[in-house]
Design a protein around this ligand. Structure first.
Ligand code: VG1
Ligand code: CO
Length: 547
């Protein structure tokens, strides 16, 4: 059965430029006629050789997911794909989509998500394309898509009723088969192959160990229910907020101490009886790890995972190397040095880890923004990180806070924090960065807020595998004692600009490891303010989110 392809004339929209992780805009922008269609057509026009191939399609279930999926199914049929694997209900977490692409050797995938950004009619929507390796398309591809959106004059689709995505099934749109798959099964099977599920199950069965996983009303709910409470036998109720809602229950599905304050408070309350807490974000690729009255810094978490790799079945034979994004703390570098492993430093965003993972240069990767992952997929993976932690705790017989404190004793502590100034005027953000960049040549050797600056630059990266170059990836200010302040503008926001200030200071002395983070970093905060003139340029005295 063939269905007639129809060509609908269109004209370009300005600003369809993918950021750190795909194109993210307000729902009101995405739902304009032809907006989504133009972008999807630009992706398909940038591809070649997709005829008869398989596309993976799914999203985090946010508002507009259902509408967008039907549009993309029609356009995929018009573009000549042979098959689309779509998660039941249109659901696929970002790491699960990556796992499905890899397992079924798909040509690529489209993931609908704005990650941790709020959802609902007034919230955000997003879309990104992943390649056949399961990872986000590289900058070369996203630049080409953007270029195409600027000259697009039509999109192609077919006329067909909506596909019922509510049950596992196979239906045809013209010659293209739509396979509606269980969104959890392939992913759960993959995780089970990496970790010691028996030991984790034994830990979860102990009466003195109680865990809470907060799915934040976002996509990990069904995954966490199936894996933690299903396969691993954790008591019912371990997973909270486990039903994905289109507006995330009006919440902000960003697992940090501000937006996951309930979880942090529960773990700080001795009366709760909880010993371990975890959370994930809108699309399931981020993780938060919480001990008793102890929030594990994501940078520390990455370093702990690397240092304990020998305890995990999948990584016991050794890690090829590790990688972190530039603003992520250097705690990982200390582990790599001690264990004699290569450590790579990439720009912000998971797409830069893909070549290192594909080339077998890195096994574990991570970012300060609560994303960690490995070569099992090509995305960061929230539940993977949680299971990795549980596996460590099960083998070591310790709690998360003890594991981290022990890590600090062994490697020293990289005290770390990120300060976000959200929703500042775009012009103010641009001016702040431009003035900082202008000042760069004069900073080395100078003194600022009582601290001597050793070096300062704008981070640039040459991919060691494919030689591609990425410039202007963040201003770094380095001090003599290894402390750093990094400035960059977010590439995932949809309103104004968000300034991120990353602060790091190394503390070797074990007697000073318990110093409160913000207190230890106060001199660097003063330096950041002075050198970047944050208050006078942005009008903000304090950050909106401290993580
Ligand atoms: C942020 C994080 C970055 C992460 C990106 C996507 O980007 O800082 O580390 O890779 O979000 O994560 P930015 O440009 O806003 O700083 V997710 O979970 O939103 O896909
Ligand atoms: Co995310």
């Amino acid at each position: 059965m063939t269905t007639k392809v129809i060509t609908i004339p269109s004209t370009p929209f300005a600003g369809q430029k993918p950021g750190t992780s795909g194109l993210r805009k307000k729902v009101s922008v995405f739902s304009q006629p032809r907006y989504l269609e133009n972008f999807v057509q630009a992706i398909f026009d940038t591809l070649s050789g997709q005829e008869g191939q398989t596309l993976v399609l799914g999203g985090d279930g946010r508002y507009y997911n259902d509408v967008a999926i039907q549009t993309i199914l029609r356009m995929a049929a018009a573009a000549g794909f042979g098959r689309v694997l779509v998660g039941r209900g249109g659901i696929l977490s970002t790491p699960a989509a990556s796992a499905v692409i890899r397992k079924w050797r798909a040509f690529g995938g489209i993931i609908l998500s704005a990650s941790h950004n709020p959802g609902g009619p007034d919230g955000d929507f997003g879309i990104k394309y992943n390649l056949g390796n399961g990872g986000p398309a590289n900058e070369g591809f996203t630049d080409a898509v953007y270029l195409r959106t600027q000259s697009i004059d039509a999109y192609r689709t077919v006329e067909t009723p909506d596909v019922d995505l509510g049950r596992i099934d196979e239906v045809n749109i013209g010659d293209m088969c739509v396979s509606i798959i269980d969104p959890v099964a392939d992913y759960a099977e993959l995780l089970e192959s990496l970790f010691d599920f028996d030991r984790i199950a034994a830990l979860l069965a102990r009466p003195d160990f109680r865990m809470r996983f907060d799915a934040m009303h976002a996509v990990t709910g069904p995954y966490a229910h199936a894996i933690l409470e299903g396969r691993l036998g954790a008591p019912a109720g371990t997973v909270v907020n486990g039903t994905p809602l289109p507006d995330f229950g009006d919440g902000h599905p960003d697992p940090n101490p501000v937006y996951a304050a309930d979880l942090v408070a529960a773990l700080a309350d001795a009366g709760s009886g909880l010993s371990f807490g975890a959370a994930s974000d809108g699309d399931g690729d981020r993780n938060m790890i919480v001990g008793r009255d102890f929030v594990v810094s994501p940078s520390d978490s990455l370093a702990v995972l690397a240092a304990n790799h020998a305890l995990i079945p999948a990584y016991a034979a050794g890690l090829a190397g590790v990688a972190r994004s530039m603003p992520t703390s250097c705690a990982l570098d200390r582990v790599a040095e001690a264990l004699g492993m290569a450590c790579y430093e990439t720009p912000t965003g998971w797409k830069y880890f893909g070549t290192l993972l594909d080339a077998g240069k890195a096994t574990l990767c991570g970012e300060e923004s609560a994303g960690t992952g490995s070569n099992h997929v090509r995305e960061k993976d929230g539940l993977w990180a949680v299971l990795y932690w549980l596996n460590i705790l099960a083998v070591r017989g310790e709690l998360a806070e003890d594991v981290v404190r022990d890590h600090w004793r062994r490697f020293g502590r990289n005290v770390y924090s990120r300060h976000d100034y959200e929703g500042i005027a775009t012009a103010a953000g641009d001016r702040l960065m431009a003035e900082l960049r202008d000042r760069l040549p004069r900073l080395p050797g100078s003194e600022c807020a009582g601290l001597r600056i050793k070096a300062a630059d704008d981070f640039a990266y040459t991919d060691p595998v494919d030689g591609s170059r990425s410039e202007r990836q963040g201003v770094r200010i380095m001090l003599d004692d290894g402390s750093r302040v990094v400035f960059r503008l977010s590439g995932t926001g949809t309103e104004g600009a968000t300034l991120r200030v990353y602060l790091e200071r190394y503390v070797a002395d074990p007697d000073r490891h318990e110093v409160p983070t913000q207190e230890a970093l106060a001199p660097l905060v003063r330096l950041a303010e002075t050198v970047a003139q944050i208050a006078s340029i942005t009008g903000r005295q304090t950050p909106d989110v401290i993580s």
